[in-house]
Design a protein around this ligand. Structure first.
Ligand code: HAM
Length: 435
C-alpha cells in the first residue's frame, strides 16, 4: 500500500517541473495485489447484500452542499469542520460526499421508488481529518440503506447483515454496541437534562466542549478526550428518557439480535457523529485495533432525514463499513488474506509475438486467464515473467512448434512438458484447470 501521511512536500508542491507529483495528503493508492483483496471484499459484501434483497445504487460523488448541511447537520464535525466544499465554474455550491446515507435518501426523494427500498453501495467518502493510520481524507465504505418502514425487524436484518459479513471475513474480535437516540418527542427532554448536567460539570469538560456544549450537548457524549469521558460516565442516559414506543422499539431490536445469536451490549453514550440519527444506533469496534480508530462500521435509523431534505416522511436505517479500517482489523487478526489470483496459462512466443496475440485472444474468449510477454524477448526472459505471475502452465511456441502447429505445454509447478496441437489447447487446459 502506498500512502501519503501528512506534512509531506507534496502538500506544498509548487508546480516545479522536476518534482514528481504525489497523491494528496491523506489519500492512498491501492495497488495490486492489495486491490484484488478489495475486489474480493466488495464481491463478498455484494453477494450478502443481494441475498438479503438489496440492489446496487450508484449516486454522484458531488452533491449540492445543502444536502449535507440540512441532512447531517451544520453542528456535526463532519459537515462543520471536515467537508470538502467547492464552487463549480457556474457558481454552484457543491460538496464531495463525506458519507453515503444523505445521497441515498436524496435519490429516494428524487426518484420515489416503491418501499421498502433496499440498496447497497460502495463509495469513496471525503473528510478533511488529520491523517493517521486508519483515518484518511478519502476513505471508502460499503454500506446499505433501507427506507420505508419502522419495523424493528428491519433494524435486526440490517445489523445482522453487517455482523454476518464480518464473520465471513473471519473476524472474531468484534464488539457490537447498540443504543437508541429516541425520537422528536422524547429527545428534547433528554437534551435539556443533559445540558443541565453538563452545565453543572462544565469546568471539567475539555476546552472545546466547555465552550460549545450548550449548542449541541449530544456532541460531548461522542468526545474521545479523557476529561469529557470522565464527565459523561455519570451523565443522564437517553435510554432512561425514551417514550413508550421508542423503548418498545429498542427492546424488540435487542430481542431480535438475541434470537439470531448476535452478541451486543447497550452503550448509552453511543450517539455517533451525524445528527440525523433517531432511535436505533449501533457501532462495530474491532478489538484488535487501537481504540481511537477501531470503529469498523456503524449506522442507525434516520426517520426524519427524508423530511429534513424536503422529502416525504419516510423512516430509514442503514450502516457504513470503512473498508480500509476493516482490512486493518483483518491484518491485526490475521484473517481474510486471500491468495492473489494467478493466470491459468502464460503464452511464451519466441517467433515474433503473433502467435501469443492470437492464442491469448482465443484463450480469454474461452474463459481461461492468459497472459503473455511483450517486446519479443528471449525465451529465458519470458520464462522469468511467467514464473513471476505464478501461472499454472506455460504454452511455449518456438520455431518448431510454429512449423508443426503445436505448443509445448509446461506445468510450471511440476516442471513436466507435453506437446499439444494448437486447436486442442483450449480443451486440454479446460480439463487441467477445471471449469
Ligand atoms: P460513520 O461512522 O461516519 O458513518 O462512517 C462509517 C465507517 O467509515 C466508520 O465506522 C469507519 O469504519 C469508516 N470511516 C469513517 N471516517 C473514516 C476516515 N476518516 N478514515 C477511514 N475510515 C473512516 C457514516 O458514514 C454513516 N453514513 C453510516 C450510516 C449509514 N448510518 C446510517 N446509514
Amino acid at each position: 500500500m502506498v500512502e501519503e501521511q501528512s506534512g509531506s512536500k507534496s502538500e506544498r508542491a509548487s508546480g516545479q517541473a522536476s518534482e514528481p507529483i504525489r497523491s494528496p495528503v491523506g489519500t492512498r493508492d491501492v495497488l495490486w495485489p492489495e486491490s484484488e483483496r478489495w475486489e474480493t471484499l466488495v464481491a463478498t459484501f455484494a453477494r450478502r447484500a443481494r441475498l438479503a434483497g438489496y440492489g446496487l445504487l450508484l449516486t454522484p460523488v458531488l452533491e449540492d452542499v445543502r444536502l449535507f448541511r440540512r441532512g447531517i447537520g451544520d453542528e456535526s464535525e463532519v459537515v462543520g469542520k471536515e467537508m470538502y466544499e467547492l464552487t463549480d465554474r457556474s457558481g454552484r455550491a457543491l460538496a464531495l460526499r463525506p458519507e453515503g446515507t444523505a445521497p441515498v435518501v436524496r435519490a429516494f426523494v428524487q426518484h420515489h421508488p416503491p418501499v421498502p427500498w433496499k440498496v447497497w453501495y460502495v463509495t469513496p467518502a471525503f473528510r478533511y481529518e488529520r491523517p493517521q493510520a486508519g483515518r484518511y481524507r478519502q476513505h471508502h465504505q460499503v454500506g446499505v440503506e433501507a427506507l420505508g418502514t419502522e419495523d424493528p425487524g428491519l433494524d435486526v436484518e440490517v445489523i445482522s447483515l453487517a455482523a454476518g459479513f464480518y464473520d465471513e471475513l473471519g473476524l472474531t474480535r468484534v464488539d457490537l454496541s447498540v443504543n437508541s437516540m429516541g425520537c422528536a418527542e422524547d429527545r428534547p427532554k433528554y437534551v435539556v437534562a443533559l445540558r443541565e448536567y453538563l452545565n453543572e460539570h462544565r469546568d471539567m469538560l475539555c476546552d472545546e466542549h466547555r465552550e460549545s456544549f450548550g449548542r449541541n450537548p449530544l456532541r460531548v457524549l461522542d468526545c474521545k478526550r479523557p476529561q469529557c469521558i470522565a464527565v459523561t460516565e455519570k451523565a443522564p442516559k437517553m435510554v432512561d428518557f425514551l417514550d413508550e414506543p421508542c423503548a418498545a422499539h429498542l427492546a424488540q431490536v435487542r430481542e431480535g439480535l438475541d434470537a439470531l445469536g448476535i452478541g451486543h451490549r447497550l452503550e448509552p453514550r453511543l450517539v455517533r457523529g451525524l445528527d440525523y440519527y433517531t432511535r436505533t444506533t449501533f457501532e462495530f469496534a474491532a478489538l484488535a485495533l487501537e481504540s481511537a480508530q477501531n470503529a469498523i462500521g456503524g449506522g442507525g435509523r434516520y426517520d426524519g432525514l427524508s423530511e429534513a431534505i424536503g422529502g416525504p416522511p419516510t423512516p430509514g436505517i442503514g450502516f457504513g463499513i470503512g473498508i480500509e479500517r476493516l482490512l486493518l482489523a483483518c491484518d491485526a487478526e490475521g484473517c481474510f488474506a486471500p491468495e492473489p489470483s494467478a493466470p491459468d496459462v502464460f503464452v511464451i512466443d519466441v517467433t515474433g509475438g503473433g502467435v501469443a496475440r492470437d492464442l491469448c485472444a482465443q484463450l480469454r474468449d474461452a474463459g481461461l486467464s492468459a497472459q503473455r510477454a511483450y517486446d519479443n524477448r528471449s525465451l529465458n526472459a519470458q520464462m522469468k515473467v511467467a514464473d513471476r505471475t505464478r501461472a499454472r502452465f506455460a504454452a511455449i511456441v518456438g520455431a518448431r512448434e510454429l512449423d508443426e502447429g503445436t505448443v509445448t505445454l509446461r506445468a510450471l509447478h511440476e516442471g513436466t512438458e507435453t506437446s499439444v496441437r494448437r486447436e486442442e489447447l483450449i480443451d486440454r487446459l479446460r480439463k487441467e484447470v477445471g471449469p
